[in-house]
Design a protein around this ligand. Structure first.
Ligand code: GTP
Ligand code: MG
Length: 288
């Protein structure tokens, strides 16, 4: 039996959350075209007769500007500490030298697989150049080309991970998919729709707190607060005549229904908490 922690690191938008979902065959982490979507460490537990892999998606590595950013980088740090294998993922269209600097700065003590992602967007020559670039790097045990979006190269990556995984007994019961509560995933799905529907600073100034998750006879009743930094942002979230928040509610409800496999009644409230991203008490209350 093999078991261990396999943690995913990379710059914002590299495709870490898409990769976690592809490896799990299940949508556990939210994804968006915007940077800094993920704010927590999100574990996905993959069980097989011969192994248990505990994957961790992490926030993209950045220089912190707010307390919220600091919390995000603490999630990266904790993942660095308990990793048995590191997956270093790079968007092949990104600046490779910058990615190399980021990976070197991690001072990894465990074997790492360099994952070249988004190969569906470039030609063979570009991929070969990237392979050449990373081959000599000290942190790089193996290089695997993938497209997390198109599910290409995922089984090759899984084989490479298993070959590096230590022997050991499972850490978790084998019927668990994650260690996080349902309320967390519901809040994340609402946050994902905020990332899709709203522009500029709105997704970055917003967080979601699920207040109520109640299983009723025929449906699940969910109440959630959308927390914003400024009074003026309330109007943007609501939209003309409440048009935008209605759309947000519908999109989020559909995804939550798919996730929990039940009908959902979703109620959203909008609240303003000035500078919550820099406030230790608010951050703790909102799960950061
Ligand atoms: N074309 C293409 N797009 C991809 C691929 N993998 C991810 N993406 C897209 O890249 C964007 C970012 O993906 P995420 O998985 O959210 O990236 P992330 O690294 O988790 O980003 P943060 O959480 O912000 O650090 C999304 O629009 C994805 O659909 C891929 O293999 N090919
Ligand atoms: Mg992410």
């Amino acid at each position: 039996m093999k078991s261990g922690f396999v943690n995913i690191f990379g710059k914002p938008n590299a495709g870490k959350s898409t990769l976690l979902n592809a490896l799990m065959g299940e949508k556990l982490a939210i994804v968006s075209p915007k940077v800094q979507t993920t704010r927590h460490r999100i574990k996905g537990i993959l069980n097989d007769r011969n192994y248990q892999i505990i994957f961790s998606d992490t926030p993209g590595i950045i220089q912190p500007k707010y307390k919220l950013h600091e919390k995000m980088m603490e999630a990266v740090k904790s993942s660095l500490e308990d990793a048995d294998v590191a997956l270093l993922i790079v968007d092949i269209k990104d600046d490779l030298t910058e990615a190399d600097q980021t990976f070197s700065s991690l001072s990894l003590k465990v074997p790492a697989i360099l994952v070249l992602n988004k190969t569906d967007l470039v030609n063979r020559e570009t991929i070969d150049k990237a392979v050449d670039f990373f081959s000599g790097k000290s942190y790089c045990k193996k290089i695997i080309e993938i497209s997390a979006l198109k599910n290409k190269g995922i089984s090759e990556l899984l084989d490479a991970i298993i070959s590096l995984l230590p022997e050991g007994e499972p850490f978790y019961e084998d019927d668990n998919l994650s260690d996080l509560p349902m309320k967390f995933f519901v809040g994340e799905l609402i946050r994902e729709k905020i990332f899709y529907l709203y522009q500029d600073e709105i997704p970055y100034h917003a967080t979601v707190l699920v207040q109520e998750f109640k299983e009723k006879h025929t449906l699940t009743k969910i109440t959630a607060d959308i927390i914003l930094q400024r009074e003026t942002q309330k109007g943007i979230i609501l939209g003309e005549g409440g048009k935008m928040i209605k759309q947000l509610g519908t999109l989020a409800r559909k995804e939550i229904e798919e996730f929990i496999g039940r009908k959902v009644f979703l109620e959203l409230f909008v609240k303003v908490r000035p500078r919550w991203r820099d406030n230790e008490i608010y951050l703790r209350e909102y799960g950061y």
